[in-house]
Design a protein around this ligand. Structure first.
Ligand code: TRP
Length: 335
């Protein structure tokens, strides 16, 4: 039987943080060890261009994201790991899908609608500063997914709509031309943790409350010490369920260790002590990968080679699919 194909992309804007690690990277690396699936993972650098027009940042982020996944032990024999922009067929397919995607469908995309609403609220023209890239974002994402006939797309909630749009576009293409594309499904991990940031809101780049994943040890300690707490004194019982420190503890600790910390909170552990233990726990989990990460960052040629090898494997699929697609729509040699 054909293996289930799992595919996901990571937009390369910014430095990976603890929230990305707990919510996406750690579960994805664990899942990629599953032999019953074939997994594809890529750096979505064309998607990054939609949100960022600083070339240095795009370059830096691609390097950091790639080094992060490799340092954390992504098995690149099992997972096809590549960079979107190395697969020329993706942009080619994007255009053909554009010609099959209803504009009305794209009008309903959350990201585009939110941008329009923000403009209207600010008294601007509805489409002020909205690029065709932002508007067509779901089509590029559909090309990413459909190119590799992926079945399951592990994503966060905010991306479910995009996967549904990819499915919709695939259905339309299959109906109008040939049954080429697999209909993808979003796979939203129900049990993965979302981490709170240092201010207690969801850890997110847009809130400036993140803790970068591979901070040097002393900076990690400082960042954890800065997590917001209340003013309860040592000895006063603390509510674990209302604490970012406890929540982060639970994301890294075993069930037993989590139960122990819950009791410590009820017994009035001092915030300083809770944070000290949290630092030790997080640091232990990350220390080894951090060393590898630092080595990789200083050896960009190695990262590049890994990505190019991944691209070669990915193109073994994309070139064939693109040939079929071109033929199906009538882009062909004249004979
Ligand atoms: N848009 C996704 C995000 O920002 C990243 C992405 C690009 C992606 N292409 C994809 C995810 C294809 C899954 C499949 O999170």
């Amino acid at each position: 039987m054909e293996k289930q194909r799992v595919l996901t992309g990571i937009t390369t804007t910014g430095t990976p943080h603890l929230g990305n690690y707990v919510g996406a990277i750690r579960p994805a690396i664990a899942a990629s060890e599953d032999d019953s699936v074939e997994s594809f993972l890529f750096l979505a650098d064309y998607h990054a261009l939609i949100k960022c027009s600083d070339p240095a940042l795009i370059r830096q982020s691609s390097k950091e994201v790639a080094a992060t996944w490799l340092a954390l032990g992504l098995n690149t024999d099992k997972t096809v790991f590549y960079r979107q922009s190395d697969i020329q067929e993706i942009t080619e397919l994007t255009w053909i899908l554009c010609c099959n995607a209803a504009k009305g469908l794209m009008n309903r995309a959350h990201a585009y609608k939110a941008a329009v609403q923000a403009n209207e609220a600010a008294g601007e023209d509805a489409d002020f500063a909205i690029t065709m890239g932002l508007f067509s974002y779901p089509v590029l994402m559909a090309a990413d997914i459909l190119m590799f006939n992926a079945h399951k797309i592990p994503v966060g909630r905010d991306q479910i709509q995009h996967v549904e749009m990819a499915r919709d576009i695939a259905q339309r293409f299959n109906h109008n031309f040939e049954e080429i594309f697999t209909l993808p499904e979003a796979d939203v991990g129900e049990d993965v943790a979302t981490l709170q940031g240092t201010d207690g809101r969801k850890m997110s780049k847009s809130y400036h409350n993140t803790i970068p994943l591979f901070l040097p040890e002393s900076a990690l300690r400082k960042a954890i010490n800065k997590i917001k707490t209340n003013l309860l004194q040592p000895g006063e019982p603390k509510d674990p369920d209302d604490s970012t420190v406890f929540q982060m503890w639970a994301a890294f600790a075993s069930a037993d260790e989590t139960a122990r910390m819950r009791r410590e909170f009820e017994n009035g552990i001092a915030w300083g002590e809770a944070k000290r233990q949290l630092f030790e726990l997080v640091n232990d989990e990350l220390a080894e990968a951090r060393d590898i990460y630092m080595r990789l960052i200083n050896d960009p040629g190695h990262i590049e080679n890994v990505l190019l090898q991944g691209a070669e494997r990915a193109r073994a699929h994309s070139v064939k699919v693109m040939q079929k697609v071109r033929a199906a729509v009538g882009i062909a040699a004249i004979r």
